[in-house]
Structure formats: C-alpha cells, structure tokens
Design a protein around this ligand. Structure first.
Ligand code: ZN
Length: 146
C-alpha cells in the first residue's frame, strides 16, 4: 500500500501523482486493451488509482444495442468498488463527457478532486476533474454520504 501527498484546494484533496505511478497506470491500461469486450483491442481501456495505491483496470464492454455499452471508465470505477475502494485519486484519460460526469460524481462523494492523467508526445499531463467541469451538475451533493 502506498500513500500519496495531497493538498486541499476548494475543500477537496488534490493528489500529487508521481510520474512512475502514471507510467504504470498507462502501462496497465495498454495491457488491458486485450480484454476489451467482445473483441480484443477494439475499444478502450483505462486505469484508476485509489488512495491506497491500488490500480484497477477498466475496459469497454460493448453491447449490440450500443446504448447499453459500458465505457472503460465506468467498468474501472466499478472494478475498484467491487474491491471496496471508492477513494479514486486519478484516472487515465482522455475521457468522454459521459465519463467525466461519472468521475465528477465520484469526486463529489469522496471529496477528492480526481486527477485526469494522459500522455501525449511522451509528456504526461494532469488536470483535476473540477477544471474540466466548468458548469457541473450537481454542483454539490444534497446529502453528503460521508
Ligand atoms: Zn466514456
């Protein structure tokens, strides 16, 4: 188990994700591509990082109806929850806006400003979910669950 440094900004924890952990998240997401459903390597894969230092993969799970397709972010969040972990501190991106909403809601419940991390031209970029939700809904939870 690993602990990460964080700062409090706007009443939320904002974690500092070390570069080696980011690299490991990208590596595991790439590796998970073979498990896209139903066709290997056809779809998307992401990983989430929890405050305990655990990484969980998610892969897209396609339905023939299309509407019922689950995005890799949704399955990654569910993967963490299945293991009893709801304190998501980072997720690999890019993410579609449906998934940004899910990540935002996770952030509201955990009071952690989930860091979106992505790699472009061999450079790692990080941006908290709050900065990607300029007019969020809901703005805050009616009744905080914690
Ligand atoms: Zn999505």
């Amino acid at each position: 188990m690993k602990k990460f440094d964080y700062q409090i900004k706007n009443d939320k924890k904002v974690y500092d994700i070390p570069k080696d952990i980011c690299k490991e998240m990208f590596r595991r997401a790439d590796e998970a591509m073979k498990n896209c459903f139903p066709e290997p390597n056809k779809g998307f894969a992401v990983t989430v990082l929890t405050d305990k230092g655990n990484i969980y993969e998610g892969v897209s799970y396609n339905s023939d109806t299309y509407t019922l397709t689950m995005h890799s972010e949704a399955t990654a969040l569910a993967h963490a929850v299945i293991h009893g972990e709801t304190n998501i501190i980072a997720i690999t991106g890019w993410n579609c806006h449906i998934c940004k909403q899910l990540i935002w809601e996770s952030s509201l419940r955990s009071n952690i400003d989930v860091m979106i991390i992505w790699e472009e031209d061999n450079r790692i970029s990080k941006e908290p979910i709050s900065s990607m939700m300029p007019y969020p809904w809901p703005e805050k939870l009616e009744k905080p669950s914690k």
